[in-house]
Write a protein that binds this ligand. Structure first.
Ligand code: FES
Ligand code: FES
Length: 160
């Protein structure tokens, strides 16, 4: 077993000072060491996107990143989307448009969509669909996820 390294993960504006082996993935550290279990683990090799979080604002598959690589970076997870009792527009849109069934893929889709729309609010519909095609859902058939993200995108852009 290799020696543990001290790192600080800033998750949703809170510092978590933890010690991890260099081989530990970011998603395992987020869940096991920081107690934030909203981020899900599906395939564990970069295919499904269930583990997507934002690292310094960029959507990242946290099963493909080592926790030590995120030392000192700003991480956002699904737990940080709502503002108290007020859901983020993306969360609300997923509820309103039935964009989830079992919910396993949902945290990853939420973080992917929020990350992309915050960076590129005027993204074309074609590019948005291309982005969403990178995550997998076994339940919904995708149409309601797409409807939800389109609706949230319009709300996040606001009146023009
Ligand atoms: S668990 Fe990370 S991409 Fe599937
Ligand atoms: S809602 Fe079940 S996997 Fe997407």
């Amino acid at each position: 077993m290799s020696k543990k390294q001290p790192i600080t993960l800033n998750i949703n504006n809170r510092d978590h000072k933890i010690e991890v082996e260099p081989r530990k993935t970011l998603v395992d550290a987020i869940r096991d060491d920081c107690g934030q279990t909203g981020t899900h683990i599906g395939c564990e090799h970069g295919i499904c996107g269930a583990c997507t979080v934002l690292v310094d604002g960029e959507p990242v598959r946290s099963c493909l990143m080592f926790a030590v690589q995120a030392d000192g970076k700003t991480i956002r997870t699904v737990e940080g989307l709502a503002n108290g009792d007020e859901l983020h527009p993306m969360q609300k849109a997923f509820m309103d448009h039935h964009g989830l069934q079992c919910g396993f893929c949902t945290p990853g889709f939420l973080m992917l969509a929020v990350g992309v729309l915050e960076r590129e609010p005027d993204i074309s519909d074609e590019d948005l669909l291309d982005v969403l095609s990178s995550n997998l859902c076994r339940c919904t058939g995708y149409q309601n996820i797409i409807k939800a993200v389109r609706a949230a995108a319009a709300e996040m852009r606001g009146p023009r």
